[in-house]
Write a protein that binds this ligand. Structure first.
Ligand code: GTQ
Length: 349
């Protein structure tokens, strides 16, 4: 290019820069890429490696003082942003016997996926549910919630769960509010199991109408999920990409359990070698049972139970199981679907 033109343009760019302007033509391809250029990268957290640090955090600070004692899983390419993908947050929360994480509420929706230990409980708007490994539990936007654990002499043991929240999404919209309850543990107003009986049995109370966009079930227990996967493994053809994969559902609508977050559970039979696929919804996986590997954009990562890994948007991914594997995952699929942005592609080797 003519040197003079280059210099004249550069001068122009400098003069408009002062007014907070820049020329689109210099950056158009970055702003409107031919395909997703994900900001996040593939990553895996080995539970075996990080568990001792959770234990240490448990000695460092109480749940009461911390409010939420969580080690946040930050995507290596998104350090400082409390994000595991561009739109989602994930963290591992520890609650020790006898502890209380005081009640608060916020615009952000949360899911809890129980990873280690059992018997802790979470309360949502006056109803409590007890946690077991593999349970998928929801805290809807703007509902009061506290967490607790029975004292050691009442059988309490350390419990760890994976928190998944739409924190980056709500931050993107600058739409977040939060407040603390006046008391750490507000009184219970319904018996345990009430919402499961009301909404979780393929039946609904007459004249029930909800204004919430979130599923009225707040614990989807693992025992039932596991049994369903097992039955379908014996009765259904395997999907070549995903094995047996089910999505958690809001029984009122047939839609997603949380307006901003989809959640899934899948079973890969021993020896499964999945075909490659890609999707615009980046996914966070928590390994429930079995060991295997995931190949993400040509990079193979081996996983064991309780490990967590992340698959970026539009990265080619394939799953392989050495033993029978059960994988939980979540993504921002409901939002992409609502906006007409979701794109998927299934490939074969
Ligand atoms: O349990 O309410 O990991 O408010 C981050 C923010 C958990 C919670 C997190 C939260 C919570």
């Amino acid at each position: 290019m003519n040197n003079n033109i280059t210099a004249v343009r550069k001068d122009f760019y400098q003069r408009i820069d002062r007014l907070g302007l820049f020329p689109l033509w210099e950056r158009l391809h970055n702003l409107v890429p031919a395909e997703p250029a994900a900001a996040c990268v593939p990553a895996l957290w080995r539970y075996r490696e990080l568990r001792p640090f959770l234990t240490e955090a448990g000695q460092l600070i109480s749940a009461e003082e911390a409010v939420r004692r969580v080690l946040v899983l930050e995507n290596p390419a998104l350090r400082g942003q409390a994000s595991i993908t561009s739109s989602l947050y994930a963290g591992l929360q520890l609650i020790l016997p006898g502890e209380t994480a005081p009640s608060h509420r916020h615009s952000q929706s949360a899911l809890r996926f129980v990873v280690d230990g059992q018997g802790a409980f979470t309360s949502v708007d006056g109803e409590r549910t007890t946690m077991s490994p593999g349970d998928f539990i929801i805290t809807p936007s703007w509902t009061w919630h506290d967490h607790g654990n029975p004292a050691a002499d009442e059988g309490g043991e350390p419990v760890v769960w994976l928190d998944g929240l739409d924190i980056p999404m709500v931050r993107f919209f600058d739409a977040g509010f939060a407040e603390n309850h006046q008391v750490p543990v507000p009184p219970l107003t319904r018996p345990e199991g009430n919402s499961g009986a009301r909404y979780g049995m393929n039946l609904l109370p007459m004249r029930y109408e909800s204004s919430s966009r979130t599923s009225p079930i707040f614990n989807y227990p693992y025992a039932r999920t596991r049994e369903t996967l097992d039955t379908l493994l014996r009765q259904e053809p395997l999907d070549c990409w995903e094995g047996i994969k089910l999505r958690y559902v809001n029984p009122l609508t047939g839609g997603w359990p949380i307006p901003t977050i989809a959640a899934f559970m899948q079973l890969l039979p021993k020896g499964f070698r999945g075909q490659p696929y890609r999707s615009t919804d980046a996914s966070v996986f928590s390994v429930v049972e079995g060991s295997g590997s995931v190949c993400i954009a040509g990079q193979r990562l081996n996983f064991e139970p309780k490990d967590i890994f992340v698959v970026p948007s539009w990265a080619q991914v394939s799953l392989a199981a050495d033993q029978e594997c059960v994988l939980f995952s979540f993504s921002d699929r409901p939002v992409q679907q609502a906006l007409g942005l979701l794109r998927e592609s299934r490939e074969s080797f």
